[in-house]
Design a protein around this ligand. Structure first.
Ligand code: GDP
Length: 321
């Protein structure tokens, strides 16, 4: 990874946090993100929200596991928190790696009765290997059989087992009753809302360090699809800006450079893509207008086309939205 400290052009985007959420199935990820959205006033009267936020994919529902990364953007105290869902399963290793490339920290959600489950080991390992800090969220502390202290200890052991650094193992813990939308610093002293969780994200997870004035660079991490604009490339903009109508060089993982033009630029807001004129580095963006774009491509400045380090590319995932 580039040492941004030595780059005088590096910008710290204090107005953004890019966070992946890791959880074993049924530990309450959907309920928690639902609550976070609700409390940041997402469910406005004119918005149609027929279903719960995550798990909207039929295949996922069928298999009972979350397969495809999805993005949710909320705004808390003026800070955009992009929450990226991670597949909670080692079968999707390439996808996990791609998600970890988009974020600067993780929320590890653990059920207060069940504790950390083996299926999330792989995902957490990838997050720790990337150097990410985690906030451990112990959910369902209302359950009569909840044993939050033991669960935190087991989580700590897991971190050590996975080779966490001292700093990573010194994780903050937030206790939640996601169903009631409540969080706190002790299992029996929860606030009336999720504010302690939001505050912990802002306080403990680092903002993106990027180069806002450098050449455009975005690694395509996932693909989405819309009936109106076709294929949409999603990823983190790590340098420069992306604008509607901008000419770009698309660099494939093989090093081929293809010219193209951006037709639409989006950020993630609430449950949806929100079309914007321009995005600055640090945000997670979606880009339309590139019909042949693929996972692992770098979108770059035609005047200075530099590829980003590649990521493993296996099963491309295209989501209908
Ligand atoms: P996911 O698979 O991680 O997305 O889990 P869900 O959000 O679907 O939650 C799984 C189950 O746990 C659901 O029946 C939720 O209602 C329940 N649940 C979620 N949060 C809490 C909580 O804080 N307390 C209790 N008692 N149940 C919860």
């Amino acid at each position: 990874m580039q040492d941004v400290q030595t780059d005088i052009r590096a910008d710290i985007r204090n107005d953004i946090r890019n966070v992946a959420i890791i959880a074993h199935v049924d530990h309450g990820k959907t309920t928690l993100v639902d609550g976070m959205l609700r409390q940041t006033n997402v469910f406005r009267a004119n918005q149609q929200v027929a279903e719960r936020v995550l798990d909207s994919n039929d295949l996922e529902r069928e298999r009972g596991i979350t397969i495809l990364a999805k993005n949710t953007g909320i705004v808390y105290n003026g800070v955009t928190i992009n929450i990226v869902d991670t597949p909670g399963h080692a079968d999707f290793g390439g996808e996990v790696e791609r998600v970890m490339n988009m974020v600067d920290g993780v929320l590890l959600l653990v059920d207060a009765v069940e504790g950390p489950m083996p299926q999330t080991r792989f995902v957490l390992r990838q997050a720790l290997a990337k150097g990410h800090k985690a906030i451990v969220v112990v959910n369902k502390v209302d359950r009569p059989a909840a044993r939050p202290d033991e669960v935190v200890n087991a989580t700590f052991d897991l971190f050590i087992d996975l080779g966490a650094t001292e700093e990573q193992a010194d994780f903050p813990v937030i206790y939640t009753r996601a169903l009631e939308g409540r969080a706190g610093h002790a299992p029996d002293q929860l606030a009336e809302d999720l504010r302690p969780l939001f505050d912990a994200i802002l306080q403990h997870l680092p903002p993106p360090r990027v180069d806002r004035t450098g050449p455009t660079q975005m690694l395509v991490t996932t693909l989405e699809y819309s009936n109106y604009v076709g294929k949409i490339a999603v990823g983190r903009l790590s340098s420069g800006t992306l604008r509607t109508g901008q000419a770009i060089a698309r660099i494939t993982p093989d090093g081929e450079v293809v010219s193209g033009r951006v037709s639409q630029v989006y950020i993630f807001r609430d449950l949806k893509r929100l079309e914007v004129e321009e995005v600055e580095a640090g945000n997670i963006v979606a880009v339309a207008g590139l019909p042949d774009v693929g996972i692992g491509d770098t979108l770059a400045d035609p005047a200075d086309p530099r590829p980003l380090p590649p990521i493993s590319v296996e099963e491309p995932t295209v989501r209908m939205t």
